[in-house]
Write a protein that binds this ligand. Sequence first.
Ligand code: AOF
Ligand code: ZN
Length: 361
Amino acid sequence: MQQLDAQFMQQALDLAQRGAFSAAPNPLVGCVLVRDNEIVGQGWHERPGEPHAEVYALREAAQLARGATAYVTLEPCSHHGRTPPCADALIAAGVARVVIAMQDPNPLVAGEGITRLRAAGIEVSVGVLEQAARKLNRGFISRMERQRPWLRLKMAMSLDGRTALANGQSQWITGAEARRDVHAYRAQCGAILTSARTVIMDQARMTARHPQAQRQPLRVVLDRQQQLRPEHDFFAITSPVLRVVDGEDKVENHWPEHVSTLVLPATSGRLPLRALFSKLAELEINDIWTECGAELAGALVAAELVDEWIVYVAPKLLGDSSRGVLQLPVFQELVQAPELRYESFTQLGEDLKICARPRFP
Ligand code: AOF
Ligand code: ZN
C-alpha cells in the first residue's frame, strides 16, 4: 500500500505542477481519486478564484467518488475563501480515505481540514511524499510561515566565476537554453527584484518572455539614489513596477499609472531589505526572482536573505580582470565564508545549471 500511495501521490504532484504559471498567490495543488487501483478522477488548481484541485477530481469521478481514495498534495481546505471548503466536498462525495502530502500552512486551514475529515469517519494519512510537496510550494509556505517570500538569486557566470568583462560587456555569457530557463523562472515568480544600476547598465526590461508565460511579475527596482526617470525603457512596458526609494522624489517626475513608489528610509546607505520583503508578502508575493549586480547580490547574501541560488555556468574563461558576481565583506578567516549545499545539477545546452541552498538554514 505504501508504494501505491507514493505512486498515486506522485501523479497528484505532477498534476499540481500544471498550475505553475498561473496558480499564484495560491499554492500548486493536485488531486487524484482512485478506486480499485484505478484513477477515476483528477484535477489541479489552475488560478485564484477558480475551483480547487479536489473539486475538479470529484467532478470527473462523479458517482465513482463514493468509497474512493483521494490523493491530495495539500491538506484539503476547511475555510470559505474565494471557493467553498474542499474537506466538505470530499465528505459529501462519500470518499473513504484521504492521503495528504502535507498540512496546509495557511493559518485559516492549518490542520482543520484534516480534523474535519477524521470527524466525518474518513481515514486520513498525512506525510506521503511530503518533502517533494514542500519543495513544490516553497514560496507559498515561506509566505505563510515566515511572512516573507522565498528568494531565489540568479547568477550567470563563466567557469572561472566572472560575470562581465572589465568594460561591463556581459550579455550572452550563457546560451539560449539557460536564457529560456531564466524566463521560465521570471514567468513563475510573483516579483523580480533588481537594482536601478542593473536596469541602466544592462538596458534590462525584466519581463517574462516565455511561451508558457500567462502574466508578468511585479518588477521591483531598488533605486535609493533615484537614478531612474520615467522616460527609461524599463517603464515603457506597462506591466506593474514597484520603485523602492528612501525619500520623496527629489525632482518632479510624472510616473505612469503602472509604476508605484514605496518609500523605505535607508540605514547606513542601504534600503531595509527585510522590511521590503514583509511588504511584498503583504502584497501576496510568494516567490522573488533576483537578477542584479554584485552589490545587491552581496547585500542579500550578507543579510542571509537568499533561500536558493540558481547558478548558470558557461564553459568560458573571462579572467581575473573581469567582474565578479558577489560583493562580500573581506573575510579574515575561512569560517566566515557562507557555506552552501548543492541541491541539483543540470546541463542546459552548453551550460551547467547548479541549484544550491544555504547549508545552515
Ligand atoms: C485545497 N485545494 O487546490 C488549493 C487549496 O481563496 P481560495 O478559496 O481559492 O482559497 C485559497 C487557499 O486555499 C490557499 O491559501 C490555500 O490555503 C488553500 N489552497 N486548498 O484544498 C486546492 N489551491
Ligand atoms: Zn480547497
